[in-house]
Design a protein around this ligand. Structure first.
Ligand code: NAD
Length: 459
């Protein structure tokens, strides 16, 4: 069995099965056997079952939230927020199942008609990370099942308890064995079983760029469809003409979520010279008021980092940045609570050559850079292999539009700090991956387009 650890105090809060290859293979077999019947169900029937899952989980939100706090460390308020966000995908795709429309195309030949249909891609597999233990599962499973696919999912071994709870409720709702399966164990071995099985026609992965590339390469052998939601290095741009209070509030909300352990967390905060000093002072003032604590409470608090590796990474990045001459305006060291708690930290006077500018921080650290003009900041914002999200604050409509056009990212958020919801296409460009989740774009990732020419109509 795999022990699941509470990052707030190191206690064991549960266990998950450590499956061997034969057990994983059995789950894949079930996923494949269930596909024909599930894909032939009426879209409304699939939608109704998903809706039951939504209702059952919604009624027990608190149970899920407490599990999530205990294995992930995020505070209860955030866990409840994530559940609403994640439930949104089940609700959305329960409805969207009925709207997978095809097309007709005027025929190029006489005596013929052309149809374009959309068919479920087949049995699918998914692998998810620990930072959103609930939403990452619903976002993938609800979409796949709505489209008529079946799915076997490997959640993160750091946070499998939320995942298995979701499976339990899925069964109660009538989602049959095989249609939604779950496996846990050795990630690399399970990844290999997923990629090497030719019956699995699509893999959806959220996690690091390094692992995404391994899976993409392995899946290339059988040319599987893929959705890859990978790492980010989000620029957060504050122009001279920004509404300062809104920009500070947006930054704190985006950065402190899940203690900064989010792929869309602002990772490079670029502030224009004219507003720099005022902005930095306001950020320090607000961040100083943020509480750090264990998460089992309603008030927002910054919780622990997920594990020792994540904690050590933040310590080392901040220490290196200090050594290279950055000013530490707040924090800059492990928190007095000990363990995996790290102080919310504000660093200023940074430059783009520092490692912190090139690395996904995954901690409550605000690295602030100075910029002179728009052309310069666009170039610097784009100077990364990642392209997931970018944020910008400006009151100038022309500038806002130019930034949205010129920044290389799958998502550009203007004058706001919040990104995700079920109705929008979430995803990145460059080495942040490809494919989209959410909205009607998301379900398109789980269907194959089929062109049907019907000839000889009048004979
Ligand atoms: P990770 O890549 O280490 O792990 C993600 C998942 O992959 C886990 O389930 C893990 O067990 C599994 N895994 C690890 N090695 C594997 C292998 N060799 N083969 C198959 N599976 C393997 O990432 P993490 O540390 O859990 O999560 C953080 C990363 O995820 C960050 O880079 C973050 O930006 C990214 N992320 C991206 C998004 C997005 O939507 N773009 C969202 C959340 C997190």
């Amino acid at each position: 069995m795999i022990n699941v650890i509470n990052p707030a105090d190191g206690s064991v809060v549960g266990q998950a099965p450590e499956m061997d290859a034969a057990q994983v293979k059995t789950a894949i077999d079930r996923t494949c056997s269930a596909f024909p019947a599930w894909s032939r169900k009426l879209a409304k029937e699939r939608g109704d079952i998903l809706r039951r899952w939504f209702d059952l989980v919604k009624a027990d939100k608190q149970i899920f939230a407490e599990i999530m706090v205990s294995e992930n460390g995020k505070c209860l308020a955030e866990a409840l927020g994530e559940i609403d966000y994640g439930l949104g995908f089940i609700e959305w795709y329960a409805e969207e199942a009925k709207r997978v429309y095809g097309d007709t195309i005027p025929s190029h030949a006489g005596n013929a008609a052309i149809l374009v249909t959309k068919e479920p891609a087949g049995p699918t597999a998914a692998i998810t990370p620990w930072n959103f233990p609930f939403m990452m599962i619903t976002r993938k499973v609800a979409t796949a099942l709505a489209a008529g696919c079946t799915m076997v999912i490997k959640p993160s071994e750091e946070t499998p308890l939320t995942a298995y709870k979701l499976l339990e409720y899925a069964r109660k709702a009538g989602i049959p064995e095989g249609v939604f399966e779950m496996v846990t164990g050795n990630p690399q071995a399970i990844g290999t079983l997923f990629t090497q099985d030719d019956r699995i026609r699509k893999i959806s992965f959220t996690g690091s760029t390094a692992v995404g590339k391994l899976l993409a390469a392995a899946s290339g052998r059988a040319l599987k469809k893929m959705t890859l939601e990978l790492g980010g290095n989000a620029p957060f741009i504050v122009c001279d003409d920004a509404d300062l209070d809104q920009a500070v509030a947006g930054l704190l909300a985006a950065k402190l979520r899940n203690s900064g352990q989010v792929c869309i967390s602002p990772n490079r905060i670029y502030v224009q010279e004219g507003i720099y000093d005022r902005f930095v002072a306001a950020v320090v003032e607000k961040v100083a008021q943020v509480r750090v604590d264990h998460g089992m409470q309603q008030a927002f608090v910054v919780g622990p980092l997920i594990n020792q590796t994540g904690f050590d990474k933040v310590v080392q990045l901040v220490d290196d940045t200090k050594r290279q001459g950055a000013s530490v305006l707040l924090g800059g060291k492990p928190h007095a609570l000990g363990g995996l708690f790290y102080e919310p930290t504000v660093l200023s006077e940074l430059n783009d050559d520092m490692a912190i500018a090139k690395t996904e921080i995954f901690g409550p650290v605000f690295p602030i850079y100075r910029f002179r003009d728009e052309a310069e900041v666009v170039e610097r914002a784009n100077n990364t292999e990642y392209g997931l999200v970018a944020y910008a604050y400006t009151r100038d409509v022309g500038r806002a539009f130019r930034l949205s056009r010129d920044i290389q990212a799958g998502m550009v958020i203007l004058n706001a700090g919040s990104v995700g919801t079920a109705s929008v296409p979430f995803g990145g460009v460059k080495q942040s991956g490809y494919g989209r989740e959410g909205s009607y774009y998301g379900i398109e990732e789980y269907v194959e387009v089929k062109y049907v020419l019907m000839g000889g109509l009048d004979t």
